[in-house]
Design a binder for this molecule. Structure first.
Ligand code: ADP
Length: 265
């Protein structure tokens, strides 16, 4: 019987190995499909602004540049297109670094209220163009967290920029930092903008996903912002939540660890 047992073990091993191999091949196929889709999306995203820029430049070259007013207008539009290309490439760079695990988090203690305020100051002009007010709810107390400050700044920028892009003229975005658990805080971004239909919510964080493609593009979106946000929050082992009512507004929130020095006291 020892031989039989050994044969059994062996055949089990062979089967296990075979099924692992199958799994491995399946995984490779999925990865390959993913890669192909990604490249397809990237080239599609880059083509649109490239053709726009080319269009303006060749029209100018064909004679339109004799007219000073048109020359200025088209050059400005071409510049906008190039700006958009830069944003897309920067977002792609960030995504690829986050996905390959190449980007290490650099943790430190900092006051998240101050960080949110600095982002608000940075984006106030952009919000003012739609007469949207950015309101930070706080009680003047610093809220110390333990996280990668630069990455969280990126998260806060993306969420506030979205609340402006998809916000209503004369609207408001409220940002609050509150206690969540004894070890975590919750940072919340509430807008009274266009909102998101519930069937679209599960896909929001996918790369390149946009509810309204043309609307998002005209706002300079690449569909990568929320995907970057999710990657950064998950790299911190934290959670991100969305609640939205179509036509009424949306609320995005994420958790962050409180700094140790806070709960030592
Ligand atoms: P984009 O570059 O298109 O803004 P994101 O990944 O940041 O890409 O967002 C994906 C999509 O989610 C957007 O195109 C938009 O449809 C929707 N969305 C994101 N934030 C909001 C918001 N605050 N209100 C309504 N829709 C939003």
């Amino acid at each position: 019987q020892p031989i039989a047992t050994d044969m059994e073990t062996l055949s089990r091993k062979v089967k296990k190995f075979a099924s692992d191999k199958k799994l491995e091949i399946e995984m490779l196929q999925v990865r390959e499909q993913y890669r192909r889709e990604f490249l397809g999306n990237v080239s599609h995203e880059l083509k649109t602004p490239l053709f726009t820029v080319q269009g303006y430049l060749s029209t100018l070259n064909e004679g339109a540049m004799e007219d000073k007013a048109i020359l200025k207008k088209y050059l400005e539009r071409a510049e906008k297109g190039v700006e958009r290309l830069i944003y897309i490439v920067e977002d792609l760079d960030m995504i690829s670094k986050l996905e390959s695990g190449e980007l290490n988090l650099e943790f430190s203690d900092f006051d998240i209220v101050e960080l949110v305020q600095s982002v608000i100051d940075m984006l106030e002009m952009k919000a003012a163009k739609k007469n949207i007010s950015l309101v930070l709810e706080h009680n003047n107390k610093p809220m110390w967290v333990w996280a990668d400050k630069d990455k969280l700044q990126q998260v806060i920028i993306n969420l506030i920029v979205n609340s402006i892009k998809y916000g209503k003229v004369d609207g408001e975005t409220e940002i609050s930092v509150t206690g969540f658990t004894s070890k975590k805080l919750l940072v919340r971004f509430t807008d009274n903008g266009e909102g998101i239909e519930s069937q679209n919510i599960p896909r929001l964080f996918e790369r390149f996903y946009r509810v309204n493609k043309s609307g998002s593009r005209s706002e300079g979106g690449s569909g990568l912002g929320l995907s970057i946000v999710k990657h950064i929050i998950e790299a911190h082992k934290q959670k991100i939540y969305v609640e939205s009512e179509f036509g009424k507004g949306s609320e995005f929130s994420f958790t962050v660890d409180r700094a140790h020095k806070q709960f030592k006291k």
